[in-house]
Design a protein. Structure first.
Length: 195
């Protein structure tokens, strides 16, 4: 079982590259952003609570997203590997994920960290906001708050995994295809070592 984290700030291309990676390798895609937006569109109590944080560009409380990931892991007992997108976003989430995977005799094998300059992130997100219907993409203040939240709480997650030598940085600027090829090259190294 190969488990990957696709890591990076808002707008770095995690969702875009996840789609291509799951099509290529058959991972089960777990995006906490997508799971939360699904709760919001169904107007569940969890969704209503989460929306109040997301609309301000703030992280949703750890216990909410850890609970969602725990259920998703239990609901996919036969997955041949997971691609985590937008999770973990705090050290507490990273520690909780390690514990959940340990119960399945599994671990995070690789963290692929997309590197993109801040002005490019803002440009991408505001551009998507023109058509996506995502309320957190339309206001520059909220977009910048999301990026600030990333630096304050999420960047440290890479340091957590770096201690275990699991982080590979990949240039997240350029064509989608070139970035995809760079990500695949890192994954192939791990698959090769595992054989
Ligand atoms: P989430 O849905 O995870 O959003 P995000 O991290 O802000 O990421 P985005 O989806 O905006 O960007 P991305 O990196 O996936 O890039 P994408 O491929 O979409 O989270 C939303 C909110 O939910 C959070 O703010 C938080 O409140 C909450 N949340 C979620 N997970 C949580 C957690 N674990 N804990 C607590 N709270 C949580 O691309 C962005 C745009 O750029 C697209 O338009 C795309 O077409 C374009 N693009 C992609 N690649 C390129 C390229 N190479 N060149 C040019 N444009 C590109």
């Amino acid at each position: 079982m190969l488990n990957l984290v696709l890591f990076g700030p808002p707008g770095s291309g995690k969702g875009t590259q996840s789609e291509k990676l799951i099509a290529h390798y058959g991972f089960k895609h777990l995006s906490t952003g997508d799971l939360l937006r699904s709760e919001i569109s169904r107007q569940t109590p969890l969704g209503i609570e989460a929306k109040s944080f997301m609309d301000k560009g703030q992280l949703v409380p750890d216990e909410v997203v850890i609970g969602m990931i725990s259920s998703a892991l239990d609901n996919n007992p036969n997955a041949k590997g997971f691609l985590f997108d937008g999770f973990p976003r705090t050290e507490a989430q990273a520690e909780a994920l390690d514990k959940l995977l340990r119960l399945k005799q599994a671990e995070i094998n690789l963290v692929l960290s997309l590197i993109v300059k801040e002005e490019e992130l803002v440009k991408r997100l505001l551009n998507r906001g023109k058509s996506s219907g995502r309320s957190d993409d339309t206001n520059e203040g909220v977009v910048r708050a999301r990026i600030a939240e990333y630096h304050k709480k999420t960047a440290a997650v890479a340091d957590y995994y770096r201690k275990f030598g699991k982080v590979k940085e990949v240039n997240g600027e350029g064509s989608v295809e070139t970035i995809f090829n760079s990500l695949c090259a890192e994954i192939e190294k791990i698959i090769y070592i595992g054989q």
